[in-house]
Design a binder for this molecule. Structure first.
Ligand code: SF4
Length: 366
């Protein structure tokens, strides 16, 4: 395919035909209902399809409409999202639902520009909703589509540069513009490109032999292995942090605290504690963190369990210690709320994954 020329119509037809025959059966496929499209697209950001499926089905049962979601408590929303990661997505869905009900009569806006004014909806999600739910001719540029385009165009420059991103967008817009109404809908074209990237033009082993675009793909024609594209900067190793947590027991109950709503894992519950500073022992760190967060002095006992966990930008080891609170009155200095709960009440609250591992051990011993 020559530089920056849209895909010829014959190839576009092949792509759409391939999609209609080969698309995966997914719970959100077959609906163009805006709320369902929105929920599925938000869940699919940074999370694999097989992980999303059960979350999506549970979510649509529990919160079947924007109105029901807007009325739910944030704790219920986070509880349902528990384990799906990137919790800001759940908080933003909830905030946006409240906004849609109060300002837009419960209806999602139709244009990508207006959709982007809602919390948690960026260029990718707005394009997906606008095209799939409202037939707007806006191309979606997610990681899958960007990869397909880089290979189609034989784009050898570093992928995240502004020039390359502009070229990919321009090409995606040209492809969308060339779509005739009798050929298919914008939503179908976007989903066909995403599906091709997810299932055929995969990250490491593109299956060019079965690809509907192979006759126009310069990467396939010029390279022994188009899988070398897109070109990325080598990523640095993830930093590692040691985090401490206190299992503070009092009369058969254990203290849990709620993280501030704004930051990472915002609104989730956890065993209180925090990050080890340079030169500090784990025990000293824990006592300091509890003083800073809750204004009390604890007695730090034995190590109960250490749990390793990876987030997108760093790794942690969470060290949980058995602790007691000899005296003092808790004040909420660095937490949103606190509760004394029995181990069997933990299931009512949403916890991060690493804390869940500790809970399982507590429950086995209870
Ligand atoms: S021909 Fe190969 S490299 Fe080109 S789009 Fe298809 S799968 Fe990707």
């Amino acid at each position: 395919m020559p530089d920056n020329k849209p895909i010829p119509l014959a190839a576009l037809r092949k792509l759409l035909k391939w999609y209609r025959t080969n698309k995966r059966e997914l719970p959100w496929r077959g609906t163009t209902e805006p709320y369902a499209v929105w929920v599925s697209e938000v869940m699919l950001q940074q999370t694999q399809v097989k992980t999303v499926k059960p979350y999506y089905e549970r979510w649509m049962q529990r919160f079947p409409s924007v109105a029901v979601l807007a009325e739910a408590s944030l704790n219920d929303v986070l509880k349902l999202w528990e384990g799906c990661g990137y919790y800001a997505r759940a908080r933003n869905l909830h905030r946006a639902a409240v906004q849609i009900v109060s300002q837009n009569n419960g209806q999602l806006p139709k244009s990508a520009a207006l959709l982007q004014k809602l919390p948690g909806i960026g260029p990718y999600t707005s394009a997906a909703i606008a095209s799939i739910a409202f037939d707007q001719a806006v191309p979606v540029l997610d990681g899958n589509v960007e990869r397909v385009l880089c290979r189609l165009l034989l784009e050898r420059r570093l992928f995240k540069t502004t020039a390359v991103q502009k070229r990919l967008r321009r090409t995606a817009e040209e492809i969308m513009d060339s779509l005739g109404s009798q050929m298919g809908t914008p939503g179908e074209l976007n989903q066909a490109m995403m599906e091709l990237g997810a299932n055929v033009c995969t990250v490491r082993a593109p299956q060019c032999k079965i690809c509907p675009l192979k006759s126009v793909c310069r990467g396939h024609q010029k390279l022994a292995d188009p899988g070398v594209l897109p070109r990325r900067k080598k990523s640095k190793p993830l930093p590692h942090y040691d985090i401490t947590a206190a299992i503070i027991k009092r009369r058969g109950k254990i203290l849990i605290t709620q993280r501030p709503h704004g930051g990472m894992l915002g609104g989730l519950w956890e065993f209180p504690g925090g990050k080890q500073e340079k030169g500090e022992s784990l025990e000293t760190c824990l006592a300091r963190e509890i003083r800073e967060e809750l204004d009390v002095d604890i007695a730090v006992g034995k190590l109960f369990q250490s749990v390793k966990h990876s987030y997108s930008h760093f790794r942690i080891t969470l060290h949980a210690f058995s602790c007691t609170l000899p005296r003092g009155r808790i004040r909420k200095l660095g937490v949103t709320a606190f509760r004394w709960t029995t181990p069997h009440e933990f299931s009512k609250f949403a916890f991060p994954k690493a804390d869940r591992v500790i809970i399982e051990k507590i429950l086995r011993r209870a």
